[in-house]
Design a protein around this ligand. Structure first.
Ligand SMILES: Cc1cc2nc3c(=O)[nH]c(=O)nc-3n(C[C@H](O)[C@H](O)[C@H](O)COP(=O)(O)O)c2cc1C
Length: 199
């Protein structure tokens, strides 16, 4: 397999990180990879807030952890099996946000995209680029929407990070070196998702 396919075939959501910092050079490559992505009309509506300072991460943690438990604890209590384990590990991640070496908040400039239903179509390609670039450099990521919804603390997150009006928090990416190896992603078989010529 070529290196691009290898990365796609192996990348997982990483929720447990080594404490080692992300080198500046790798951080730059990851961010620059994000800027190579597609966007509608090539408007490049993204902006990225990189958070590495522990005090700042603690402020973010307090918000996202509180919001996570407020929104999801009741549902997690009713879950079973693998799904429950995944949500529990997502809970551990959010409760330890400040211990993750770096957070990247991907933001969307609404002046460039408008506020319509297609706005996220011009930010998630850049996020995926970022994640694959990180993986290719031995780093792991976990894509989340922590603090990215109006009822999930977005206004507070924007205040903490000084994000101006007209800019939407779109995705919070956790970044660092994975604490351990992960098996390849498990997905539903292709045949049940693909239709030829018509549904
Ligand atoms: C829109 C979106 C929101 C997500 N939110 C969270 C989250 O809040 N916490 C978390 O740990 N993972 C989150 N994830 C990661 C997914 O759980 C993960 O991509 C999925 O379980 C597949 O994981 P795998 O690639 O390791 O198999 C999110 C992913 C997406 C695309």
């Amino acid at each position: 397999m070529n290196p691009v396919l290898e990365a796609i075939w192996s990348m997982r959501a990483v929720r447990s990180f080594k404490p080692d910092p992300v080198e500046d050079e790798k951080m730059r490559l990851v961010l620059e990879a994000a800027t190579k992505a597609a966007s509608g009309g090539n408007v490049q509506p993204w902006a990225f807030v990189v958070i590495r300072d522990r005090e700042k991460k603690l402020e973010v943690q307090k918000l996202v952890s509180t919001e996570w438990h407020r929104m999801i604890d009741e549902d997690v209590a009713k879950m079973r099996g693998k799904k429950k384990l995944m949500y529990e590990s997502a809970g551990v991640l959010v409760d330890n946000t400040a211990d993750v070496p770096a957070l990247i908040l991907a933001c969307l400039d609404l002046a460039k995209t408008g506020d319509g239903e297609l706005k996220y179509a011009s930010i998630y390609p850049s996020v995926q680029n970022m994640m694959l670039a990180a993986w290719s450099l031995g780093l792991g990521t976990c894509l989340t929407t922590h603090g990215c919804t109006t009822d999930g603390g977005e206004q507070t997150l924007k205040r903490i990070l000084g994000i101006p009006d007209g800019v939407k928090a779109a995705a919070m990416i956790y970044l660092g070196y994975p604490a351990g190896a992960l098996s390849p992603p498990r997905r539903r078989p292709l045949d049940v998702m693909v239709h030829h010529e018509r549904w």
